[in-house]
Design a protein around this ligand. Sequence first.
Ligand SMILES: [Zn+2]
Ligand SMILES: [Zn+2]
Length: 722
Amino acid sequence: MITITFPDGASREYAEGVTGAAIAESISKSLAKKAVAMTVDGTLCDLADPVERDATVRIVTRTDAEALDLIRHDTAHVLAEAVQALWPGTQVTIGPVIKDGFFYDFQRDPPFTTDDLPKIEEKMREIIARNAPFTKEVWPREKARKVFEEMGETFKVELVDAIPEGEDVRIYRQGEWFDLCRGPHMVSTGHVGDAFRLTKVAGSYWRGDSSKPVLTRIYGTAWPDRKALDAYVTMLEEAERRDHRKLGREMDLFHFQEEAPGAVFWHSKGWRLFSRLIDYMRRRQDAAGYEEINTPELLDLALWEKSGHAEKFGENMYLSEIKDDRTYAIKPMNCPGHVQVFKNGLKSYRDLPHKVAEFGKVHRYEPSGALHGLMRVRAFTQDDAHIFVTEDQIAEECLKVNDLILSIYSDFGFDDVAIKFSDRPEKRVGSDEVWDRAEEALRSVLERTGRPWTLNSGEGAFYGPKLEYVLKDAIGRDWQCGTLQVDFNMPGRLGAFYIGADGEKHVPVMLHRALFGSLERFLAILVENTAGHLPLWLSPLPVVVATIVSEVDDYAREVARRLSQAGLVVETDLRNEKINYKVREHSAAKVPVILVVGAREKEEGTVSVRRLGSRDQRTVALETIVAELVEEATPPDIRRERARRARAGRPPEHRIDVVEVFEGFVVNDAAEGLSTNVFDSREEAVETARRILLERGGGVLSISTLAGVTERMVVEPAEAAE
Ligand SMILES: [Zn+2]
Ligand SMILES: [Zn+2]
């Protein structure tokens, strides 16, 4: 007899070799009916498997979380049977479960198209209705090889060959049809249910290798019930509507091309958006006490060997080939470079914490099949920073990083943030005492934020524990973005030290921190989250002035000039086209505000305002809309800073720069994140800067010319009376 323990702690004696089905039956008839699998000491097994020893057993029903992968895996088998029934001679390969569904790769000439999917789904429903039991058979390897060879299933033969000699092979049968499979499976095909759908067809290569045969991959999704399926399908449609690759085209942000796989060609609007993101990050970072640095993209391979990256990360690193006796690697990370900056010049404990940040362009090789728009690239920009601290400073600095991360996410509209905490792994460097303190520090961060968090036990890096930040977007998808890692290893490995209060050398602890991780990827997330409706402060082209008739071209130019003087980027659309056509086109390009002007607007000194996503149109005075848009285009951090200054009763101390460029003059206000269009004349630019400065209560106006001459003047609010 063996003792089976149940999740509620109760236990019972059974004969050795009792099956899950018999156990379920012994508990209750209704459980036996619902049971589809079981876990034995935590491992998911077939319900028909015998239990040979004392164990904890849980009966799994179709609605349990573990059953979801089984439903999907079973559906993949049903898909394969359906395909072979419809098109005999099609070869099957593999069909794994993936996030939200499954796929199955087939070899067939010609390949399947989406038009085939409804027919396949119909066949699948037939197979499910037949409700044949899934049965497991264990075959000797040689028999499996022979059977598949006779069937002409050459891919299966290759899979059997990959199984070590002497090991038996598992076959799962569903009626006549069978497949090589590790299992487990549910009881019968009927449990697949009707909440499944085939979603798309794609090309793939056998074993993901482009020198191997081309296969057709059929993707599908499956859920416990129709409601869950419908919710998922709606989400998919919404995701497709928001796809950043599609929106990126419509908004004219970027493109990719074959000569540079996984690297972005940013167009002017996309680069403006990218630059606005960096401007914002830079202001936040400056305010938080980081020093921005920049380190080489090519570094001697020897440094990467010393840092350990060559060994651990070498397969993803690009190496240089040049007539030089040294080999360089293009940096896949910024960390070793930052340690070099820290090491330059003797540091004392008074210099800590020392925070350095870089918008570092890194290159990492990814297989071409894994590339996906801006989401997954080979060249990207990290908003990377490293904080060198003493052990005593870990807790406080981690808290600060956490607060900065959450505040920044919130500015972009992401308030639903979950945190993953990974603690000490089996293999690690550093004493237990230091790990205790670092983990304690991260736990106190988690407690303070009050956000949901999960523990990934033992998943920390060998050099220290870490936090990972996961954003939930508008359609419920999770995106892991920020990280905070404590590192006891790299500074010592690269010879970094500081002089402590005791006059001795100490190795600093390094915190690795990224807020968005990859800025390219974050922009993709942002575009998808907003469906292209970017807030005015980020929008690369916030306003277009469009004419109804050509008689008002001058007035349209005047409106644009006024907006530009107020610091907004604006374009005019004076084409001889119908206004509805113009509005449609700019709406498709996701321009947030279209100002329509006709004879009446010109006469009254007004504009008609059309907002993206709204059919309403309202007519307002030009000065009213200028003030409204300027306010709305103010980045959230600057808005807060203004409010803070106002509360403190301190006048704003502004500096505005007029900078000569080849095409003319631009007005920049670094603190406000403002940069105007190019003005042809210096006078006009200076006048604009003066007006902006006065609107903000005065300050310093600087004018620098191409010749390198800089003039400064103080603009007092009293001048406003003139
Ligand atoms: Zn299987
Ligand atoms: Zn790092």
